[in-house]
Design a protein around this ligand. Structure first.
Ligand SMILES: CC(C)(COP(=O)(O)OP(=O)(O)OC[C@H]1O[C@@H](n2cnc3c(N)ncnc32)[C@H](O)[C@@H]1O)[C@@H](O)C(=O)NCCC(=O)NCCS
Ligand SMILES: Nc1ncnc2c1ncn2[C@@H]1O[C@H](COP(=O)(O)OP(=O)(O)OP(=O)(O)O)[C@@H](O)[C@H]1O
Length: 203
């Protein structure tokens, strides 16, 4: 089984490329979703309350993702420290889920396992990838797609600055998948990668 990491800037088309890999037969681990599940774990919730206070909880006792996002995403030293502290709570748990999902996929004879995790470099999960795809879209295309998802330009810039520089992500990649065209072009690019590296691989 090959493990494939998918990297790229905000709204570059990582999820869209991952969707194509899934159609081709890959199993996908969505780290954002795993991160959301962590926020429902009772022990993690208590650690979050101890660090961030009850102010990041809603009236039903659930972690409010928008409230937490406002505290951890930003340029100031306080924001950066808050994000690092949240990651100390979340990343080991997400990493554990990732390992379990990958082992189960291997046991089931899955051909390719995709790690969809924008933060996989700083979390260290990239080390387990056999291939890393970089989804390459211009800032203009990415901002347009983010605005269409009702983000503001400011939100886009703040989230982007919380991640590794695009050049760093690109350096980890062994395949660059252009995505300034339409979705059918993206599908062709991903299918070409699959044909070359996955479909013919014996392991
Ligand atoms: C701060 C939280 C509550 C905000 O939740 P929200 O629903 O608004 O955003 P969501 O989780 O869907 O993330 C959206 C995007 O934000 C970016 N992002 C999320 N976490 C991080 C992070 N730790 N570092 C940099 N960017 C991040 C990613 O591009 C991600 O795709 C949530 O992102 C979180 O708990 N993050 C910490 C855990 C984590 O690192 N998750 C990402 C795993 S890849
Ligand atoms: N080539 C394309 N043509 C048109 N729309 C696209 C294309 N690629 C992606 N999109 C759209 O742009 C939006 C962002 O794409 P996607 O969610 O795949 O990006 P992402 O990199 O996973 O985003 P994030 O960084 O927020 O996780 C989605 O609505 C998606 O359908």
């Amino acid at each position: 089984m090959k493990t494939i990491g998918v990297l790229g800037g905000i709204a570059s088309g990582k999820s869209a490329a991952t969707h194509v890999l899934k159609e081709l037969g890959a199993e996908v681990f969505d780290a954002d979703r795993a991160g959301h599940r962590v926020l429902e774990d009772p022990v993690a919730k208590e650690e979050i309350r101890a660090r961030f206070s009850s102010a990041v909880f809603d009236s039903e006792g659930n972690v409010s993702r928008p409230k937490l996002a406002a505290i951890v995403f930003g340029d100031s030293a306080e924001h950066k420290q808050a994000l690092a502290d949240l990651e100390k709570i979340s990343h080991p748990r997400i990493g554990e889920e990732l390992r379990k999902a990958r082992n189960q996929a291997r046991e089931r004879g899955v051909r390719a396992f995709v790690v969809d995790a924008p933060v996989m470099i700083k979390a260290g999960w990239i080390e387990s990838c056999d291939h890393v795809l970089f989804i390459d879209a211009s800032r203009e295309s990415r901002l347009k797609r983010a605005l269409a998802r009702n983000w503001t330009e400011n939100e886009f810039d703040i989230r982007e600055s919380a991640q590794e520089e695009l050049d760093i992500k690109r350096r980890y990649a062994d395949f660059v998948i252009p995505n300034d065209g339409d979705l059918s072009q993206l599908r062709d690019e991903v299918a070409a990668f699959w044909k070359k590296q996955i479909a013919t691989s014996s392991s």
